[in-house]
Design a protein around this ligand. Sequence first.
Ligand code: UDP
Ligand code: MG
Length: 325
Amino acid sequence: MPTDSAAPVLTVIAPVYDEEAVLPMFAARLRPVLDGIDVPYEVLVVDDGSRDSTPVLLQRMLREWPQLRVIRLRANAGHQAAISAGLQGARGDWTVTIDADLQDPPEAITELYSAAVQQQVDVVYAVRTDRSSDSRFKRRTAAGFYRLMRSLSDVDAAPDAGDFRLMSRATVDAINSLPEHNRVLRLAVPALGFPSATVGYRRDPRAAGSSKYPLSKMIRLTLDSVTGFSHTPLRLATWFSLGGFVVAVGVMVYVLVGKLTGNTVSGWASTVVTVAGFSALQLLCLGILGEYVGRTYSAMQQRPAYYVAYDSHDPSPADRGAGRS
Ligand code: UDP
Ligand code: MG
């Protein structure tokens, strides 16, 4: 429930999960930055089902920070879902999403905001120019994730842009209108292809507490990314079938040579050629099925195919809507 009556220009969304150790520090650093930007703002903290004293701390903060709004999720839904919940409630013309552990410096919000206003873009990505504070494991897995997604999908996501970014109202509305589940925002936002800019920042170490992203959640994020943005795995069977045909032809040549040189075992040739040939045929059929499943999956996701920026029949900026095809 927002307590600030002026419509906010800037919304800052921070998902928190068991962040009692870092939350007071986060608020103490964020607040002067936002007070200094000199536009009405709201801070939307999404409590992702914390089990520690985070909810108590948030209640206390609500009393002394009128621009703060807290949304609590009933159960831990995960980082991406928590941000999505925040996006549904964001009222600002511009919305920033930021981690609460101070790895994303709140001071950079000023730069993100002025870049968006000056360059007239819809999205400003905060790109990590220095990740030396992250563990080697984190850096390696992150680099692998972006490489995998670049090779499997058509989405041109900046390799070091996480979920620290600023989005225009139109971008937030577009993301909110995506009906799909388990969307991965760091791919869904660039996939819109809206005009964007980047601002570099140095990623700091986590200020306190421990990471809430265990390996299981990282694997889940990768699976959601691959299945949500790529049909390549479904096509694997098609490629295997090509390999199968090559093997079958090779075996046939080998058998023919054997036959001509009189070096044969009776019944062997027909069995091997049949097995190799039919395996390839089965894989081909699987591959074709995969293509159709992929298309059905896309249709089921119901992603709007385009967004109208201007309509001479209705030049009012409100309700431009999204199109499906
Ligand atoms: N987070 C969340 N729900 C989760 C996991 C994480 O809301 O299930 C929040 C967490 O409190 C933090 C942000 O997402 O504000 C990023 O998480 P974390 O810093 O633990 O991830 P890492 O930086 O280690 O990848
Ligand atoms: Mg972190």
